[in-house]
Ligand binder design. Structure first.
Ligand SMILES: [Zn+2]
Length: 143
């Protein structure tokens, strides 16, 4: 968790509801919300993004149980009988963080200062998905 954060600024809010389903499995539902300070992949400045996860989890004790839980739920493996809420919350946040965190266009220093690169990029013919990191490296070269 700490590795992806630029600093410890930000806040985390979560609410998890525990219940038992017909099969006596522990279900966890709720929300995890946070404002996280990440590195904008366009201008490399700090960007504070809010993430909002709505976990629907079922606690399992052996990995094979994962096949038997409802499709809409994610399995949470608890091996030693202890559920670590903090790890669970961190995991949910990590999953909710965008793969390529960026400022909104109007807030991004790079998008403002370097419109020429953006135009050139638009003219280029593209085939297949473009890696955000290849865009990033071309931005650096053109600078
Ligand atoms: Zn930016």
């Amino acid at each position: 968790m700490v590795a992806v954060l630029l600093d410890s600024e930000g806040s985390v809010q979560f609410q998890l509801k525990f219940s038992q389903d017909q099969q006596n499995r522990v279900k966890i539902e709720g929300f995890v919300r946070a404002a996280l300070a990440l590195e904008c992949q366009r201008c490399l400045e700090k960007v504070v993004l809010s993430v909002d996860a709505r976990p629907e989890l079922v606690v399992i004790e052996v990995p094979s149980e994962a096949d038997r839980i409802p499709e809409e739920c994610e399995p949470v493996l608890v091996e030693d009988g202890t559920l670590r809420i903090q790890e669970l919350v961190e995991e949910e946040l990590l999953l909710a963080i965008p793969l390529v965190p960026m400022h909104a266009l109007e807030d991004c220093a790079m998008a403002k200062s370097d419109t020429a690169v953006t135009e050139r990029h638009d003219d280029r013919e593209e085939s297949g998905p473009v890696s955000p990191f290849s865009i990033l490296s071309s931005l650096k070269l053109n600078k």
